[in-house]
Design a protein around this ligand. Sequence first.
Ligand code: 4AD
Ligand code: MG
Length: 477
Amino acid sequence: MIEKNVAEILNSDALLQEVHLKGWVRTFRSNRFIALNDGSTIKNIQCVIDFENTDENILKRITTGASISVKGIIVESQGRGQTVEVQVSEIEVLGDSNPDEYPIQPKKHSFEFLRENAHLRMRTNTFSAVMRVRSKLSFAVHKYFQENGFNYVNTPIITGSDAEGAGEMFRVTSFEDNKAPVTEDGKIDYSKDFFGKETNLTVSGQLEAETFAMSLGKAYTFGPTFRAENSNTTRHLAEFWMIEPEVAFMNLDGNMDLAEDFIKSVINDILETCKDDLAFLDQRLTQEENSKPQAQRSEMSLLEKLKFVVDNNFKRVSYTEAIDILRNSKPNKKKKFQFPINEWGADLQSEHERFLVEKHFKCPVILFDYPANIKAFYMRLNDDGKTVRAMDVLFPGIGEIVGGSQREERYEVLVEKMKALDIPEEELWWYLDLRKYGTAEHSGFGLGFERLVQFVTGMSNIRDVIPFPRTPQNAEF
Ligand code: 4AD
Ligand code: MG
């Protein structure tokens, strides 16, 4: 007898083979048909028991959520919905599940309810599909970079610098409550703290990744990232995973090519490796869309959207062109934007990004050459003296999925910029050294992994694509 998982059984045509499988009961009907799922696939396998010859006490214990072990033979199924089923000869209940208490009943639960039961929600079709896709997607990310000569680098999680200069950081300290030493002027004396300086959880691994680009040539990070922004949106997490490639001797055009090729390649990979899960998620989203008023429905199904992204060029548009489009747009003229666009220099909000992508261009857009003063200090200054070689990739339904730039490689220009922004040179002396010793043009970007998982799975809330979301007022599990 061979131990097999459900995916293996359904993918084989080993009729009459004896198998041993274990999993959790999804449903049990007519004292006879068990829909068994073991997480290996979105599909359940039907296990048919001979109830006349099964102990009544065992039958009672076959309830939704219980874990069971089943031995039997694979036979052609008489019922609809599956080609094969298991004719059970032996069944054992491994772990009972009280049907009156088990939260995951065989019915539709709201995503809010399932977030409160995040430890069990992977036992539902939707979340098991999302999490399998997430796993395959992270493999696809590594595969892409490894096959293209990039080195995986683990940048520190505890850092002393604020890479993005946004100041939205979680502090790391070993001072005990109310016992932090203070300096003469009443400030907390971090020189006496564990690291002898103020430290925080990283908001980006970019600055350290640059040291790898400037030595190994091509590097990428893929790690946890922390931001203490108090934004309760469907696209923000306080803890998320970011992918940050960084490449020496590459300019902004190369960076845009890389971002586009990378995104298309991993989506293509998932279209191949996650067919069953995507088919399920595609149907789920279509149902969700059909419950909306016609005008708000998406024109494309999930699979159509994924294929569209893979098959079409991203539209590359300068910030200046985008501002012109936005300024003259209908919603701007009719004062429909919460933040009206009046002049060049305005920071773009998600409503503007989504207008450009979803209404105007109707395809993924790469915006580049943003005003220097709305972007981070490390971006390369253009000859016009007012824009920088920044790029954001904007996606339908998501908004910004990638933020990146060509880096300022000129020592003097970077020092000037840091001075203007009050960034102490002593803190980033090592970053400046890269511009002192063998500097070269180089570029990179950061892609928010959860936003990519959102796009690929069609889930509308970012909290539903990470196992245990961390958001304001929420760190359960
Ligand atoms: O645009 P950001 O802030 O760029 C950086 O951190 C650069 N250092 C990246 C680089 O050039 N190496 O963040 C990059 C991406 C965003 O486009 C977004 O997809 C994601 O990270 N992101 C978040 N995702 C979830 N929750 C949040 N709070 C996020 N903040 C940014
Ligand atoms: Mg950004």
